[in-house]
Design a protein around this ligand. Structure first.
Ligand SMILES: [Zn+2]
Length: 228
């Protein structure tokens, strides 16, 4: 079975068709959300699905304009074991809202710190700052999604026991492949980041990594064990 640990199916034109198809194939899909209100709209619709899960998120690029959603985040926190997409983005797109992002993320992390969750994080151009915050709040079971940061920081991320989710686009870029090379196979998960990302073939990722579906599933099971 294929594992997609970071997918925005709620942003697709027809999520229902997409997840039904994945369910029939037996794939596991974690749908991340960008705002708690999006999670609220979607999570009851997944009742009855065995392999499809919805994560509660508050995307860094939406954090500054949606601080009012923090309360909803806290209300919904026990509805799911999955948190994401959360994190920081200090790229050109996010730099102006840096302080708001840090304030919102700190609240999010303090809300989840004593809960058992699997957490998918966005770290673009803020990898070091994000890692420091995750450590400060002692967050476990973190998955760095589509990591594109410094290669030199990877050992520190691994040291915390964290994972990386890898997509096809990473396998097609030189920098992505250099990053993948530094990640031990037992810390890899697969993802699509669809529909934002267009290169979403997880079989290409498995081939690049020289891993089987079962290998990734074993990693995922180890991560799930952290929820207990
Ligand atoms: Zn994403």
């Amino acid at each position: 079975m294929i594992i997609d640990s970071h997918c925005h199916f709620d942003m697709m034109p027809n999520p229902e068709v997409y997840i039904r198809q994945k369910e029939i194939m037996g794939d596991i899909v974690i749908g991340v959300t960008n705002l708690p209100s999006h999670f609220k709209m979607g999570y009851t619709q997944l009742n009855g699905f065995k392999h499809i899960r919805l994560a509660l998120g508050l995307h860094p690029l939406l954090a500054a304009g949606n601080k009012n959603e923090l309360l909803l985040f806290k209300h919904l926190i026990d509805k799911t074991s999955y948190i994401g997409e959360i994190g920081l983005d200090f790229s050109r797109e996010g730099y102006a809202t840096k302080d708001d992002q840090l304030a919102v993320l700190s609240e999010v992390l303090s809300a989840i710190r004593d809960k058992k969750k699997i957490v998918s994080v966005h770290s673009r151009k803020a990898e070091k700052e994000l890692l420091a915050l995750l450590c400060e709040y002692e967050i476990e079971n973190v998955v760095f999604h589509w990591y594109s940061g410094p290669i030199g920081l990877i050992p520190a991320i691994l040291e915390q026991g964290y994972y990386f989710s890898v997509n096809e686009a990473m396998c097609l870029s030189k920098n992505g492949r250099a990053i993948i090379e530094k990640i031990p196979r037992e810390r890899v998960l697969t993802e699509t980041d669809a529909p934002y990302n267009e290169r979403t073939d997880i079989r290409v990722v498995l081939k690049q990594l020289n891993m089987t579906e079962q290998d990734v599933y074993n990693n995922f099971k180890r991560l799930l064990a952290g929820l207990k």
